[in-house]
Write a protein that binds this ligand. Structure first.
Ligand SMILES: *Cc1c(COP(=O)(O)O)cnc(C)c1O
Length: 415
């Protein structure tokens, strides 16, 4: 597509320069319609059986976005006390929160237990600890299905090379510990990795996981994890994840399982990125252009403190530019490198990218920044974190988190 901003009518008639003037740049901007659309899609991945999508909130924990997820009927995954508290504060009832723990302290487990939040246990040693503090209780266990998938080694979370979950060969030990402490294993969960566009490896993992599920009796639920990808190369016409055909294949696998298992437990999945990524962009400013040893640089205020994914995972984000309230046409493209304003040579937003001619003062719009964007932002180089605003369904621009200030940062020294 020529321009996602234009085709999606992302700003709904608001002038991005007005947003930049009011909130400064960089600023995260979300579109409520896109957000709700993606949340609705994940709610319908399976319709033939009782099914929940747990929005994995680590992708974006803005409390106002959580409230939208609640209004769309989503359940949630939390990874920490902070995330559990944020969900409770957003109004989620405990039964809609699933604490997917990994190497947590007893205090963290206790927090979940005290708040009636179900915990997924990630190792035999933590299952023992859970049993000690919650004899007779209920939990889920995270199983490593032995196969992983993902866009980068750092986001593959199953298979032989990962810190996550309990290996299949240790399942008997799970039963031993459960009987020792009279624990009910209510469910099993897996998460094979993040960002797949081809459903096939995930379906393989589902099939494998359902085979593993047969070893557990009386399961209340089976949770297949998240990882659904979004088209980060949309300006090059990358297609969306094929939800419709995926749904059919997914339900077929479940049909077979239900026949053998005797009944249908609740089925769950845990999408994070898919719910929020495409609803968010970063609006930034081009401050400099230069040529060093033949490389053309576009210097912006969108540093790795604002969006770390390109520096951390070599992730691709499409970038559009705007001048005089018009998208700069993608023509006469030359190879350019887009960087931020952080004192790190790894502070690169896009390397050797074919881009149109850009000038100081242009707006840079980084697409698909709604997931793992602000959630991973920092105040590195003592640059306070940016504001977040929402373009609501009726076209208003609403502040959903103010920018951090220098004073906010200084307050932590009062100890
Ligand atoms: C991060 C995570 C997810 C969500 O992954 P996405 O790629 O954002 O869909 C789901 N489940 C678990 C356990 C996770 O750690």
């Amino acid at each position: 597509m020529e321009s996602f901003i234009k085709e999606s009518n992302f700003f709904k008639g608001n002038n991005p320069e007005d947003i930049a003037a009011k909130y400064g740049t960089p600023v995260y901007v979300y579109n409520e319609d896109i957000l709700r659309d993606r949340m609705r899609r994940v709610s319908r991945i399976i319709t033939k059986y009782e099914f929940h999508s747990n929005y994995s909130i680590k992708a974006n924990t803005n409390i106002n976005i959580l409230k939208i997820a609640l209004s769309e009927g989503l359940y949630t995954d939390a990874m920490s006390i902070g995330e559990m508290r944020m969900l409770l504060d957003a109004g989620f009832p405990a039964e809609k929160i699933f604490f997917v723990s990994n190497n947590v302290s007893r205090e963290e487990m206790q927090f979940a237990i005290d708040n009636n939040i179900l915990v997924s246990i990630d190792s035999l040693s933590q299952l023992e600890q859970f049993g000690e503090i919650n004899r007779g209780g209920k939990c889920a266990v995270r199983i490593n299905p032995g196969v992983g998938a993902g866009h980068h080694e750092k986001v593959v979370t199953a298979g032989k090379k990962t810190k996550f979950a309990i290996a299949e060969e240790d399942i008997d030990k799970i039963f031993d510990i459960a009987s020792k402490y009279d624990l009910t294993i209510a469910g099993i969960n897996q998460h094979v990795g993040s960002l797949f566009m081809d459903p096939e490896p995930f379906l393989q993992a589902v099939k494998n996981f359902l085979r593993i599920a047969m070893k557990f009796k009386n399961l209340e639920f089976i949770d297949f994890g998240g990882g659904y990808g979004i088209p980060y190369h949309k300006l090059d016409d990358e297609q969306e994840f094929p939800m419709d055909s995926f749904k059919k294949d997914f339900e077929l696998l479940i049909d077979e399982f239900v026949k053998d298992y005797g009944y249908a437990p609740l089925f769950k999945t845990e999408p994070g990125r898919y719910c929020v990524a495409e609803s968010g962009v970063i609006l930034g400013r081009v401050h400099a252009t230069k040529q060093n040893s033949g490389v053309k640089y576009i210097g912006t205020d969108i540093g790795m403190n604002v969006l770390v994914r390109p520096s951390m995972y070599d992730s691709w984000h499409d970038i559009e530019f705007m001048r005089d309230n018009e998208i700069v046409k993608r023509e006469n493209l030359t190879e350019q490198t887009v960087t931020g304003n952080i004192c790190e040579s790894g502070d690169i937003l896009a390397k050797n990218r074919m881009l149109p001619a850009v000038k100081e003062g242009d707006l840079a719009i980084v697409l698909d920044a709604g997931a793992y964007g602000y959630a991973m932002a920092s105040s590195y180089n003592t640059r306070p974190r940016p504001a977040e605003v929402l373009i609501t369904s009726n076209g208003e621009v609403k502040c959903i988190r103010r920018a951090e200030t220098y004073e906010d940062i200084m307050r932590l020294f009062d100890c």
